[in-house]
Ligand binder design. Structure first.
Ligand SMILES: [Zn+2]
Length: 201
């Protein structure tokens, strides 16, 4: 009898673990909806479970897993990026991001964390859409940073400032492989809105 109880407990524990691993959190649901607005289809965005966090060694803020067929399967974000998005409903979007315009930026940690998190999600969403090339992905990501920021509650002006910050930072990249590709400019081949003069929005 004792054995049976133990087996039962173990089965329950394993079932709970399986449920816990597969459960989609409210933050992941919000992230997936925002990424879908760029990917143009339903997508999955995952945050690390507590177990995964214990073994997380990669310095990447986000990656996209590609299936055997070569198509993007889902995006995996780093814990700190997910934690920022999870805190956003409570803490609210930073009201003033004017600190981003000074070089180097003089923002507090929360403002920087939110800016980076927005840009990481925007970038991975383009990979989910099927863009593979890194600098091309970056060029598109700058142009949708504002859209992502607005989806998470940023006023239009704030969203534009975040987008502008990342685009300007990309233009200043020291290494050629990180500089924007040809056509990544207003009216250029990679301009998502060639009809408007605004850049990067
Ligand atoms: Zn990338």
């Amino acid at each position: 009898m004792r054995h049976l109880a133990l087996v039962g407990m173990l089965a329950g524990f394993i079932a709970f673990q399986a449920y816990w691993f597969q459960r989609v959190t409210p933050t992941e649901t919000r992230l997936a909806a925002a990424a879908a607005s760029i990917a143009g289809r339903e997508v999955e965005v995952r945050c690390p479970s507590i177990w995964r966090r214990l073994v997380e060694v990669s310095g990447f803020k986000g990656t996209v897993q590609v299936g055997a067929d070569g198509n993007p399967r889902y995006a995996q974000l780093a814990h700190d990026v997910c934690a920022t998005f999870a805190e956003l409903p409570k803490r609210g979007f930073p009201g003033d991001v004017g600190c981003l315009t000074s070089n180097p930026p003089t923002c507090n940690d929360w403002t920087m964390d939110v800016g980076v998190a927005v840009h990481v999600l925007s970038h991975e969403a383009w990979h989910l859409r099927g863009v593979v090339d890194e600098v091309m992905t970056e060029c598109y990501a700058w142009q949708t940073d504002g859209q992502i920021a607005r989806l998470f509650g940023a006023p239009v002006g704030t969203a534009d400032q975040i987008a502008y910050f990342f685009a300007a930072r990309g233009n200043q990249a020291a290494l050629p492989q990180y500089r924007p590709p040809a056509g990544c400019n207003p009216g250029g081949r990679l301009d998502l809105h060639p009809d408007t003069v605004g850049w990067p929005s």
